[in-house]
Write a new protein. Structure first.
Length: 657
């Protein structure tokens, strides 16, 4: 069968496309259209095809849900909960982000208190009924409340419904005549921890109509084209069912990059990587040790989301991050960004010096080679503004520019340590996968700071997220609370619970996805009895031993004789589709290529004249010794002092110390 797959990554500044077909790989990049992302997508589709072919499949990573949440532009949502628990959302947890700050600002509310309604009913923690759900008047009262408040979406989250979904299902029947999108906590997250279950379910209901409307608009312009959406867990799902799982798209964009890097690393035979994705506004880092790392301790704008998603650490450090002097006269960089409009000083309109400007000032970015030469950067303007910033801080402009780079690199090194050293991994054992528009200028200095020995800049570094989306498999995650401890915690005891959970998954997978071989993985959420946090370990083999090992790696100690406690079981269903390998080129005789030009670059050790190479002209097997600049259409790579670059058969740049 013919393969035509289009990966589309909608970013803050650019929308990236990659088309995988029998003929090979084609790419395209166009400015995003934030008012309606579908406009840029349709522009890209028309760039490749005059007429949409039958075989086309589109995989799309979207920030629509994330942005709607951050800007609080979700649907008007009503929250139905157990009477007396209407304030759970506003009380939250008592732990504070900053312990001694008396002037703490809470994140903006998702919905107002007047949109919460309590229903008289009560379940016990084991699922038995303490007070039954009230009689006939309840449905009428609920429907009236929803109509009066102008609800566009309804969320039901009752106490202990993870143990018994009965009351939530009864309420769903009462609310059905309204014809509104309905989210039940017993469907989204049937697990204990009231506050986290409530916020996750509420965010899902709050975003569902927004995502449904967006997908509807996009699908209407692409009649008959199978459309899939990238989820936060690294897998994809058909767009048809995504609105009901809206909360699973909050990391849709960055997840594609991790997936793309992981897929590429596997083809290169590397199993330990740290991904480093530096764009215009932020940098995302994530660690893959044989597998991408998943977490369930994620917060979006202060609210917990307890679904499995890729463990991606984001810092406000990108090419557009602004440099400024604080009250004490110290240089600071970020988290504010110049964005795409007005952009850095060198674009001709911005007024604030950014990281990109510092790179241009230091000769690391070439003014006439930006975006493949389509955009000429204004160096004279940067010199004026850099002199002004330096004067404010009492620095010569060169010191100010080098200082900006040092500060940004330190912030990114801290992010890498957060996903590696702080979780028991030594970054020295990992390869740094560097992609995104701005990462190439910083990867060598970042690796130096962390003691890392190898860097890979992928062949299509500017659009790796879109490539990851096009290659991703459909994945569904399920969890269910189950409390077992001590002698009861045996494989025999767990088997029926897993079979029931998987059956639900198989039915859903069959209804959503047509092809692919089903692979099921089972996991347990375990803890030492009496602990308040748990670790997720695979169900395979001796799971108690794997728990002790994981605990020792994460927390530095183990209690081999202490009894274990299970709080929930989970399973992941992956539809594995044998993807084609990426095209490889033959390695020619390795020669040292000739630079197309030379340029003076300011390095920490002083200025050096370095060779400038054009990436498209470098063939497989060719090698360059740093310092040097390699210019690509969407990114520039600064090969540092003491680094050697070699082009491999997949056309990646493989840098080693």
């Amino acid at each position: 069968e013919h393969m035509l797959k289009l990966g589309v990554d909608t970013g803050g500044t650019f929308t990236d496309f990659i088309l995988l077909s029998d003929e090979g790989i084609r790419t395209y990049k166009t400015p995003s259209t934030p008012d309606d992302p579908a406009r840029a997508i349709m522009g890209g589709v028309r760039h490749f095809f005059d007429e949409i072919p039958d075989a086309l499949e589109i995989v799309h990573g979207t920030t629509v849900g994330t942005n709607a949440f951050l800007e609080r532009k979700g649907a008007k949502t009503v929250l139905v909960t157990t009477a007396g628990f209407e304030d759970v959302l506003f009380i939250g947890r008592q732990n504070r982000a900053r312990l001694y700050d008396l002037d703490i600002e809470r994140p903006p509310q998702i919905i107002g208190r007047e949109q919460c309604i309590g229903i008289k009913e009560r379940l016990r923690a084991d699922g038995s009924v303490q007070s039954p759900l009230g009689g006939k008047g309840v449905g009428k009262r609920l429907r009236a409340f929803c109509r009066q408040s102008g609800a566009e979406s309804v969320v039901v989250c009752l106490l202990h419904s993870y143990a018994n979904p009965g009351h939530e299902r009864m309420l769903a029947e009462m609310l059905a005549p309204l014809g509104l999108p309905l989210t039940l906590s017993s469907d989204i997250l049937p697990e204990f921890r009231e506050y986290e279950r409530l916020t996750t379910t509420l965010i899902n209901g709050y975003l569902a109509p927004v995502i449904a409307a967006y997908i509807g608009r996009l699908a209407a312009q692409l009649p008959g084209v199978p459309l899939s959406i990238q989820q936060s867990n690294g897998g994809v799902l058909p767009a048809a069912g995504i609105a009901e799982r809206a909360v699973h798209t909050v990391l849709s964009g960055p997840a594609g990059g991790v997936g793309g890097a992981f897929h590429l690393a596997r083809e290169m035979g590397i199993d330990k990587i740290i991904t480093f994705d530096m764009g215009g506004t932020s940098t995302d880092v994530s660690l893959c040790d044989g597998q991408p790392t998943l977490t369930r301790d994620y917060r979006i704008d202060g609210y917990p989301v307890r679904v499995p998603l890729l463990d991606i650490h984001t810092v406000g450090a990108g090419g557009g991050s602004l440099a400024w002097g604080d009250a004490g006269g110290l240089l600071q960089v970020g988290p504010a960004s110049a964005g795409a409009d007005p952009g850095p000083v060198c674009y001709g309109r911005g007024e604030g010096i950014t990281v990109t400007d510092a790179n241009l000032y230091l000769g690391r970015l070439l003014a006439d080679r930006f975006l493949g030469g389509e955009m000429v950067l204004d160096r004279a303007r940067v010199e004026r503004y850099m002199t002004h910033l330096g004067a404010q801080l009492g620095l010569v402009p060169m010191e100010a520019a080098l200082g900006i780079i040092r500060i940004v690199n330190a912030g990114m090194a801290k992010a890498v340590r957060a996903v590696s050293l702080e979780r028991g991994h030594d970054p020295k054992e990992f390869t740094l996968f560097s992609f995104g528009g701005a990462s190439g200028l910083h990867c060598c200095e970042l690796a130096d700071e962390l003691g890392m020995e190898r860097i890979v800049v992928p062949a299509r570094a500017g659009i790796l997220s879109a490539q990851g989306m096009a290659l991703a498999d459909p994945v569904l995650d399920y969890g269910q609370a189950l409390f077992l401890a001590g002698d009861e915690l045996t494989a025999e005891r767990l088997r029926p619970a897993f079979i029931a959970l998987e059956e639900k998954g198989r039915q859903e997978a069959a209804s959503l996805c047509r092809q692919g071989e089903l692979v099921v993985e089972r996991f347990l959420d375990l803890r030492y009895r009496g602990q308040s946090h748990e670790l997720t370990v695979p169900m395979a083999g001796d799971f108690t031993a794997s728990f002790h090992d994981a605990h020792a790696r994460n927390f530095g100690y183990r209690l081999d004789d202490a009894p274990l406690e299970l709080v929930s079981i989970r399973c992941t269903l992956r539809l594995s589709r044998q993807g084609r390998p990426l095209p490889r080129a033959a390695i020619a005789a390795a020669g040292q290529p000739r630079p197309t030009a030379t340029s003076v670059v300011q390095l920490a050790a002083g200025d050096r004249e370095v060779g400038v190479f054009v990436r498209r002209e470098l063939g497989p097997g060719q090698a360059i010794t740093g310092p040097a600049l390699v210019v690509d259409d969407y990114t520039t790579v600064l090969v540092g002092e003491g680094w050697r670059l070699r082009v491999d058969a997949l056309l990646n740049l493989d840098l080693t110390r």
